[in-house]
Design a protein around this ligand. Structure first.
Ligand code: GLU
Length: 518
């Protein structure tokens, strides 16, 4: 039998890293076995449903490269792949169980159920459905349903004994049947519950391995009862460990404590392959212990039996480190430049010299952990006109003479390679008999606009003669203009304040703080 795995996310919000995690493992299992990976959207919770969440799930899988073989967009032999489009299938299956006496229609009103629970609490009993609807004859059920009376469909579950299943990682898991209590299969609005829909779909879609988050372990015995009621063979169940916060209690990751949105990691400039690699280390490792591995490596080595249950920690620092390794060591410079393209565009940074970009990238990439940081680092190389921050302006103010000298010296220098530039700068500093930083820092500022930039020699060599002279020239020009602060944000704020002031004066009102005494 071909291996079929699936993910069944609910389109209810920003796609969660947990969905990416479960998706990765299901993808790896299916690919490794040469099987199929199915995407099914569990959109029956109409209150929490968000149409745009559907697109986001598809976009996330696409970004990560976890492409399903069957799904709502692609179709497939067992569609539709949206549960809301399968309502007739669930109803038909509930009918089968009703006909066989394995399920029944229950007509209790919400008020009646609430009164039942109150009474149970009063008597100190566990609250739960007490099976009162079982007594109604099949004819009576049919009659009331035909008369349009609202009702649910419940599975007739055993009162005594236990139901269990074998989890590939946990071994045998059993729960007392007394905890199950005639689970609802169809709600009064005709929508299936998760339990009915998941079992019917997994069966009809030929799913052989149900691999999902740990939180579903306790639902699985209910599913087992349903498989038995239908007379269907059980799939293999694998419950993945929960991802945990790196706090002392190692609580389950949640939006409150941790950024759980995949989209947000994408926006921060985490690479999809780094995120996958990171998720691949959550409870799993390569047999050879390698920390950096690709999706294909993982697929080739994947064995779900090697998943360990020891609460993997979603540690952001580790994710950023791993991402940095991809930026620095895994991607070629050319590939990295390609990834940066949209980021540069978004910042209006144009590249007209591809080699220059690659050289600059080579120098700055060890200094960044994300694409976004990388663009920050690259920006001074690519900006046509620099802006100098306060610290930078102070440095320039003190260095006019040095910059004039260096402008002349660089103009006379023939070869802009490491050795020659290094020698020129060393000689100059020695002749001036000043500490190195007194010259290097203003030069760095002149070249990049900031004090936080890579080594000056690297900068000069990468920028080459023309750019180096142009930037020193710009800095000298600004020094000669008295170093005006041209920060557009500040200028805008000032202009706005001035306009407001003028308006006030026009209306004859006095600005706050003005007094009558002149
Ligand atoms: N809709 C469920 C979820 O979003 C799927 C659970 C399952 O995989 O069975 O987690």
């Amino acid at each position: 039998m071909p291996v079929v795995t699936r993910i069944a996310p609910s389109p209810t919000g920003d796609p969660h890293v947990g969905t990416a995690y479960v998706g990765l493992f299901n993808y790896a299992l299916a690919r490794k076995a040469g099987g199929r990976f199915v995407l099914r959207l569990e959109d029956t919770d109409r209150q929490r449903y968000q149409a745009e969440a559907e697109d986001r799930i598809l976009a996330m899988l696409d970004w990560l490269g976890l492409r399903p073989d069957e799904g709502p967009e692609l179709g497939g032999p067992h569609g539709p792949y949206r549960q809301s489009e399968r309502l007739a299938i669930y109803r038909a299956h509930a009918e089968i169980l009703i006909e066989e006496g394995q399920a029944y229609r229950a007509f209790e009103t919400p008020e009646e159920l609430e009164a039942m629970r109150r009474e149970q609490r009063r008597l100190g009993k566990d609250p739960g459905y007490d099976g009162r609807g079982r007594a109604l004859s099949a004819e009576e059920q049919a009659r009331r349903a035909a008369a349009g009376e609202p009702h649910v469909v419940r599975l007739r579950t055993p009162d005594a004994g236990e139901t269990g299943f074998v989890d590939l990682l946990r071994g045998e898991v059993r729960i007392p049947n007394a905890e199950i209590r005639d689970t609802v299969l169809l709600k009064s609005d005709g929508y299936p519950t998760y339990h009915l829909a998941v079992v019917v779909d997994d069966h009809l879609m030929g799913v052989t391995h149900v691999m999902r988050a740990e939180e579903w372990v306790t639902s699985t015995p209910i599913h087992v009862l349903l498989y038995q009621a239908f007379g269907w063979a059980l799939p293999t169940f694998v419950h993945l460990p929960l991802l945990r916060n790196p706090d002392a209690n190692k609580t389950k990751i949640s939006k409150r404590k941790m950024d759980t949105s995949v989209e947000s990691y994408r926006q921060q400039g985490i690479l999809p392959e780094a995120l996958l690699n990171f998720l691949g280390t959550m409870g799993w490792s390569m047999p050879d212990g390698r920390e950096v591995f690709s999706l294909d490596d993982m697929v080739a080595a994947f064995d779900p039996a090697r998943i360990s249950l020891g609460g993997p920690v979603f540690d952001l620092k580790r994710l950023r480190h791993l991402n940095a390794r991809y930026l620095r060591d895994v991607l070629s410079l050319e590939a990295l430049a390609e990834r940066l393209r949209p980021w540069l565009e978004a910042r209006d940074l144009t590249v007209d010299d591809e080699d220059y970009l690659l050289d600059a990238l080579d120098v700055v990439r060890p200094r960044a952990e994300t694409l976004s940081e990388l663009v920050d680092q690259l920006s001074p190389f690519l900006q046509p006109r620099l802006r100098y921050d306060d610290d930078a302006r102070r440095r320039l103010a003190a260095a006019q003479g040095y910059l004039e000298d260096l402008e002349r010296a660089f103009a006379a220098l023939e070869w802009f390679d490491d050795d020659d530039v290094d020698e020129l700068l060393r000689d100059y500093v020695q002749r001036q008999a000043v500490p190195m930083g007194k010259v290097m820092m203003p030069l760095r500022v002149a070249l990049t606009g900031t004090t936080q930039a890579p080594g000056v020699v690297d900068l000069v060599v990468i920028m080459g003669k023309e750019r180096t002279l142009e930037r020193i020239g710009q800095a000298l020009q600004v020094i000669s203009e008295g170093l005006p602060d041209d920060d557009p944000e500040r200028l805008k704020a000032e202009a706005e304040a001035a306009a407001k002031e003028a308006q006030r004066a026009k209306r004859g009102r006095r600005p706050v703080g003005a007094t009558d005494r002149g």
